[in-house]
Design a protein around this ligand. Sequence first.
Ligand code: SIN
Length: 488
Amino acid sequence: MLQATKQLSLIDFGNVKLFINGEWTSASNGSTFSVKNPNTGEVVAEVPRGAKEETKAAIEAANGALPNWAKLTANDRADYLLKVRDLMIEHEAELATIMSIEMGKAYTEACGEVKYAASFLTWYAEEGRRVYGETIPASSPNKRLFVVKQPVGIIAAITPWNFPLAMMTRKLGPALAAGCTGIVKPASQSPLSALAFAALVKKAGIPKGVVNIVAGATAEISDEIFENPVVKKISFTGSTEVGKKLVEKSANQLKKLSLELGGHAPFIVFEDADLEKAAEGAVASKFRNAGQTCVCANRIYVHENIKERFTKLFVEKVLALKVGNSLDQTVQIGPLVSKEGLGKVQEHVEDAISKGAEVLTGGKVTGDQKGFYYEPTVLGNVTKDMIIMTEETFGPVAPITTFQNDEEVIYEANNTEYGLAAYLYTSNIQRAVTVSEALNFGVIGLNDAVPGVAQAPFGGMNHSGYGREGGHQGIKDYLEEKYISLEL
Ligand code: SIN
């Protein structure tokens, strides 16, 4: 790891600072918090513990920068976004290394995330040029009616640890393209990626105050964001539990809020599916980021007639996954982000076993006990009463259960309070359409295990939140529509 950090140019692990008003800043009271490498449990950096004061300063800086940024043409803002995009691509290896060290994403997957994150800047640089207004036929000859779109103003992006770059650019890309300025509060487990990104923002010459990054005391930072009347829009990705609290907090000032919350994705394999493709898809969906994505397959439903064949293919592929230090480029499964994350996985597996599940592969903590590694695991004989079938596991465990007909599996898949992503594998076009339409989820992977792209809307239903990120939809939340009625 030390070897890896020696080559870093964007961030000095020994002297990490917050990014406020274009400057590198310490916390006013000098306090810090530790970021640990989940591969080793070692502290890799001390980060200034931003709190109320730093958040206030960041919001003030964003407010100061807003008029000039909003006044720029969409083309000028696009040029800035594309500059940052180019720098991200240029620094892919370094950004991936930082991410891998701070949150344990397998290096090659982290390189994929850098590209994914950059793609939101490309998409919104272009989408910002297409923020069209409207003219409306008037009711009298001496009137003209127009609708214009304007930036909402100061925004806050509260981002998760599992995609420290992509979930940030998925919010910042449309915000900046729309003409907003704001503050990012990265997760305390993985703030270094966001701060390295800030170095690129500076390098690209984005004016001071347009982007501010404050890591630190989550409750204090979020209180200031929600209480400060200058902040108009907040986008949060994280747990359903926290999301619900933020809805309450936003009520007082009627702040605009978008929420991308937890999921509990069903992965359905029908009798007529291409089983090789389905097994490959199940591995990709389940084990991405060691099972730590909101859209990971959490419960696998296989038609009873193909259970044996599918399970054999799936287990073979799972056995081929290499677990180890996330910086090793041959590793596919890094550690879980924390001891707590590992504990939850153990609890789900132990509960399932105690209720009759069969461990088909894995089922144990692995490694030298310093890192938070868990074996890629497949469970058979899974039943509805197991915690794993109702709660998000956020780890590399795939529970398999069976079904007999379409009605039954649609009912079971929808039988959850979540509604983020669902997957189905079938070669029957009729079934593909009817089941996709019947599933109450915001994202459907139809013979596709990784549906997320910058140009498509991503978001959930029910307890998985509201609002859409990505696509042309993703910029709408950062724009106000103003109606102008002109009497001649
Ligand atoms: C997430 O887990 O929330 C993001 C996954 C994606 O964008 O594909």
